[in-house]
Design a binder for this molecule. Structure first.
Ligand code: MEV
Length: 438
């Protein structure tokens, strides 16, 4: 049994590696070697990564790939993606190429409003609180000027503060529901700093408010935090073409293909089990770009899934329709992203990813990310309603299986050729590999 450790964070990186390897791994020496093998030879670069988080002992690599040929509002992009799943970049590239020949993707930002809340408890007269709030609102904004002045220079700032009575849901629960414009920053630190200042001012002003009774003066601040649910920070991405132009291998006719695509979306609209997987495929594209551009994929995931459930039942994020001989496929999603601040100017590959994307504003990045999600869903549904997902997926996964089996380069080449003409299931790959070796 391992005993708890005091002061782990104070150990040097080597000492941390020794401790973890000696206490928690089977082959201590191999673990130590492995963890150090992933260190970067460039000491400064390694130190930069070490300092992103606490208790860093090594680096964890993900492939950084490119999906080229994305035509978005008539501008051509090559989209960087960081992801481990073998078929994602291939699927994105295929969808990009398909829509490149059909006018590309059209996108529009529908809103950029960010949200934060001060949650507090108040057990007095509600009308008195409302009148206090009307009086104190300008003071709340005023008290935050040292935090907001730079953001205001960039065209952002606090857009509103609303008092919300939530006491029908939870006794004595009220909130300041605050909205912000944060321009090219994701804005989490800015918003949280403003909220903490609002909370301090609210409490102080309540204490001085002469209309309040002794109990009413004692507003209890519970917490101040941004919300990752941003339904008014919304982007729309769309593709469309005439049904005739939807010629797809593996489908008898373009009309049949278009109808099946619409049915596939309709199923995901009404069936949560399917909707979750359908949306997971969308997130394959979204998360990969979010990661490559140094944004917070947990925030984006949480916000998008909440949006998918906004009507009370979890549903598809995408929509599809056939109208007057035209096939239309689109999606609206909330995305709070930044192209300044955070890791964007620190992580060298994030900087490069943003350069590859031609230094987008946060609004442009919202559009690129939404397109990556829509493309991914198109590619997944296209396979699902025609050949099935495994054909393409296993082709991409083939090298992983061959690597697991220990195939050498010549064997890999032969077997990749073989599986261009044969169905690649896991057992078929193992069998073909064994036959080749024998
Ligand atoms: C796999 O990562 C994603 C899919 O399951 C998405 C879908 O089913 O739509 C292929």
């Amino acid at each position: 049994m391992v005993s708890p450790i005091e002061g782990f964070s104070k150990l040097t990186k080597e000492e941390k590696i020794d401790w973890i390897s000696e206490n928690y791994t089977q082959d201590k020496d191999a673990s130590k070697v492995l963890l150090k093998r992933y260190w970067n030879d460039d000491g400064d670069l390694q130190k930069l990564h070490d300092e992103f988080i606490e208790n860093t002992i090594s680096n964890y690599y993900l492939p950084f790939g490119i999906a080229p040929n994305f035509l978005i509002n008539d501008k051509l992009y090559a989209i960087p993606m960081a992801i481990e799943e073998s078929s994602v970049v291939a699927a994105a590239s295929k969808a990009a190429k398909f829509w490149l020949e059909r006018g590309g993707f059209k996108t529009v930002v529908l809103g950029t409003e960010k949200i934060g809340q001060v949650h507090f408890m108040y057990s007095g007269d509600v009308e008195k609180l409302e009148s206090f709030f009307r009086e104190v609102k300008p003071k709340l904004i005023e008290a935050a000027t040292s935090i907001t002045k730079n953001m205001e220079k960039r065209g952002g700032g606090i857009t509103d503060i609303v008092l919300k009575n939530k006491s029908s849901k939870l006794d004595n629960y009220f909130q300041l529901h605050c909205t912000f414009e944060t321009r090219d920053a994701m804005g989490a630190n800015f918003i949280n700093s403003c909220l903490e200042q609002f909370a301090t001012t609210l409490k102080e002003e309540a204490r001085l408010h002469t209309d309040f009774s002794k109990e009413e003066k004692d507003i209890e601040i519970v917490m101040s935090i941004l919300s990752n649910y941003v339904p008014n920070c919304l982007v729309r991405a769309e593709v469309s073409c005439s049904v005739e132009d939807l010629q797809i291998a593996g489908s008898t006719s373009s009309q049949e293909f278009a109808e099946k695509m619409v049915q596939a979306v309709a199923i995901a609209k009404v069936e949560p089990h399917r909707a979750v997987t359908h949306n997971k495929g969308i997130m394959n594209g979204i998360d990969a770009v979010i990661l490559a551009t140094g944004n917070d994929f947990r925030a984006v995931e949480a916000g998008i899934h909440a949006y998918a459930a906004r009507e009370g039942s979890y549903t598809s994020l995408t929509d599809a329709r056939i109208e007057n001989g035209n096939f239309k496929f689109w999606m609206e999603i909330p995305l709070a992203l930044g192209t300044v601040g955070g890791l964007t100017s620190l992580h060298p590959l994030v900087k490069l990813a943003l350069e590859i994307l031609q230094e987008p504003s946060a609004e442009e990045l919202m559009q690129i990310v939404a397109v990556a999600g829509l493309a991914q869903n198109f590619a997944a549904l296209r396979s699902l309603v025609t050949t099935g997902i495994q054909e393409g997926h296993m082709k991409m996964h083939l090298l992983n299986i061959l690597n697991q089996l220990g195939a050498n380069e010549a064997e890999k080449k032969t077997l990749v050729e073989h599986f261009k003409k044969n169905a690649a299931t896991h057992s078929a790959v193992v069998e073909a590999f064994e036959n080749l070796r024998n």
